[in-house]
Design a protein around this ligand. Structure first.
Ligand code: EPZ
Length: 423
């Protein structure tokens, strides 16, 4: 089991290219199931989660060639002419719950799908009731038995209909939007997720011949079409990875230039960084950030897009341990997303948890190196950031969590001057 050994403190200075977005790529690679043919998907990040998605596609009968020309990213050629199974088995779905996004595409392609329920994960129970309610609202027949869910469309095509989400769900919006593209009628999704990943997925589907409008707003309308053509698409950059490295530069009082940065998707994060004393400039898709190392306390509350992203909450906590003053962090999306906090406290942070709210009392360089345990993807990123500024050596254990969502983090950090080794 790999671990990262990080020696701090030191300033990060340098340039990075942002990798393709994991959370955009996952539904997009599953969307290839909906059109018979050979698809080209470029700039897919090389991550454990993408490997899991590949295994899932192969299990349905797809054939995939992956060519990796440069040091980062990969170009996939996916042949979905022979999809012979519509069943996603438990042992694959439990490894990566986003496999549940195969449900909508399989339903659209084959008229039925049988997918294992994903079960919970470290950050929460993460039920899929909204996915299933939305499929039913569009006319599908949904049955659950023995830990699997079977979704069927009468005579192979969803009739269509309208679903009002009781609260925002990114995955449910994506899953049912994919199924709706090949429905017989019109589908309207209200209170749909507005995340950039939903917008990019709709753009890909429209490039394949779908008729989707309103994506990026709370009301998405999908007019069903008979068939879709294979995609030829380049995965956009990862806004959560970009936010993580911007925070790392600010936290260490350094400077960073991000190339291929998703500038338009980073509004709330850039505003919070500016409020906390970082200075940044934007030129097309390049962000340059400078930090004096004087970090001002900025309280945040996570919200659905365009609010402050829950996937940047743990990293923000690490930054606020270095701020001159008291800040609060409120998590409103997941019920158990503070697992980085006990580990930060072991490094010397002064953080109080009260339900879904934290109070962080900071004093400069209050952290000392320690062995810490990663528990989920973004918590592990938070611990690496803390280790960059802590006095002495830290060991971040179980970094397979990190490998799910960050492409070669130790290489990227070393290129910015960090003292970090994978052991
Ligand atoms: C996506 O997960 C992301 N994952 C998550 O990123 C991200 O944190 C989350 O959206 C919120 O932005 C991918 O895109 C692969 P939700 P998703 O459905 O779709 C509850 C990361 O670190 N809910 O928007 O699963 C749910 O439990 C990952 O990259 C239901 O109750 O998130 C949560 O509390 C972590 N019933 C809230 O809604 C449902 O049917 C938001 O979940 C669906 C969700």
């Amino acid at each position: 089991m790999d671990k990262l050994v990080v020696n701090g403190p030191n300033r990060l200075c340098g340039e990075l290219t942002v990798s393709g977005s994991k959370n955009a790529a996952l539904p997009i690679v599953f969307a290839s199931l909906m059109a018979e043919g050979v698809h080209t998907i470029n700039n897919v990040p090389r991550l454990a989660d993408m490997d899991s998605a590949q295994r899932m596609l192969l299990c349905f009968g797809a054939e995939i060639d992956q060519n990796m020309k440069s040091q980062f990213g990969a170009n996939w050629v996916v042949d979905t002419r022979n999809i012979k199974s519509g069943e996603a088995p438990y042992d694959l779905v439990r490894k990566m719950r986003a496999s549940f996004f195969s449900l909508g595409p399989l339903l659209a392609r084959r008229g039925e799908a049988r997918v294992s329920l994903p079960g919970g994960c470290a950050i929460g129970a993460r039920p899929v009731d909204l996915h299933l309610n939305a499929f039913e609202a569009l006319g599908a027949k949904v049955e659950q038995e023995a830990g699997y869910v079977t979704v069927r469309a009468k005579d192979g095509k969803l009739p269509g209909g309208k679903y009002v989400f009781p609260f925002v769900s990114v995955g449910a919006t994506e899953n049912v939007m994919m199924a709706a593209t090949l429905s017989k009628g019109e589908c309207v999704l209200e209170n749909a997720a507005r995340e950039p990943e939903v917008f990019y997925l709709a753009e890909v589907l429209n490039s394949m011949g779908a008729k989707i409008s309103g994506h990026g707003t709370s009301t998405i309308t999908i007019s069903g079409v008979d068939r879709l053509e294979p995609m030829n698409f380049t995965i956009p950059p990862d806004r959560i990875e970009a936010a993580t490295y911007l925070i790392a530069a600010h936290m260490t009082g350094g400077s960073i230039t991000l190339h291929n940065a998703p500038v338009v998707d980073l509004g709330a994060v850039l505003a919070a960084l500016a409020e906390s004393g970082a200075e940044y400039g934007i030129e097309e898709n390049i962000i340059q950030l400078e930090s004096s190392g004087d970090i001002l306390p900025v309280s945040i509350k996570t919200e659905a897009y365009p609010g402050f992203p829950t996937d940047v909450q743990a990293q923000w906590c690490a930054l606020m341990t270095q701020a001159n003053g008291v800040s609060t962090v409120e998590e409103t999306i997941f019920e158990n997303r503070f697992m980085h906090v006990p580990e930060l406290i072991r490094m010397g942070a002064n953080i109080k948890i009260d339900g879904n709210k934290l109070t962080i009392k900071a004093k400069k360089s209050a952290l000392t190196g320690a062995p810490v345990m990663a528990t989920d993807l973004r918590a592990s990123a938070s611990l690496v950031l803390a280790a960059l500024v802590a006095e002495g050596s830290s060991e971040v254990l179980r970094i397979y969590h990190l490998d799910r969502g960050y492409e070669s983090m130790e290489l990227k950090l070393r290129s910015l001057g960090a003292r970090v080794e994978r052991v």
